[in-house]
Design a protein around this ligand. Structure first.
Ligand SMILES: [Fe+2]
Ligand SMILES: [Fe+2]
Length: 203
């Protein structure tokens, strides 16, 4: 049964289709009608992708994304350090893995920065305080095993913090949530890669 607020019309007739397109007939979908959507989109047009329908607390989302951005940058730096410092007979495959992670963490950082701008914020790329904004630490490590272990710890921290962020955003900001979920899935792959490298290297 189709519920209407203003006019009742037989569905399927040309007249009712026209009224529905105009947004005059409102079906019981819970979705906002066309006229309201159009009017809302014109308000605050300078806000770009941010519309009146945005439900999350944007300042909090931007702050969380900036913390994640700092985490990713610290991860890029740590993996780079490990890539250049890895040596020994076991290092070839490990170096390749570190380099791949450098590239992927950088991509995560860029995705986060881009989303921050879309939300009307500014990506905080200042080196000042970067490490204290970051969730994970920058540990250099002396041996290959130490480096991989520290990277695995950092990935596990990232996994937990992304999972919490996904829960916080919930259904209030689906785009941010999708970005966070994509990154989370890749951090889980990273952790898995590192855990299997550790196993291969033995005790
Ligand atoms: Fe990452
Ligand atoms: Fe990662």
């Amino acid at each position: 049964m189709k519920a209407t607020t203003t006019i009742t019309a037989q569905s399927g007739t040309t007249a009712s289709r026209a009224l529905r397109q105009e947004g005059i007939i409102k079906e019981a979908t819970g979705l906002t009608d066309v006229k309201t959507l159009r009017a809302r989109a014109r308000q605050g047009i300078e806000d770009g992708a941010m519309t009146a329908g945005y439900k999350a607390k944007v300042e909090t989302v931007i702050r969380l994304l900036n913390e994640a951005l700092a985490t990713e940058i610290v991860c890029v730096l740590r993996y780079k350090r490990h890539y250049f410092m890895a040596s020994g007979i076991n290092s070839l495959g490990v170096k390749a893995e570190f380099l791949q992670h450098v590239i992927e963490e950088q991509t995560h950082a860029d995705q986060l920065a881009e989303r921050i701008v879309q939300l009307g914020g500014e990506p905080n790329l200042s080196p000042e305080g970067m490490l204290s904004r970051s969730h994970s630490e920058y540990v250099e490590g002396d041996s290959l095993v130490e480096m991989i272990t520290e990277d695995l710890v950092a990935e596990r921290i990232a996994i937990d913090s992304y999972r919490e962020m996904v829960t916080y955003v919930g259904t209030d900001d689906p785009t941010t949530r999708r970005i966070l979920e994509g990154i989370l899935a890749q951090e889980e792959e990273h952790a898995e890669d590192l855990a299997s490298l550790l196993k291969k290297m033995g005790p």
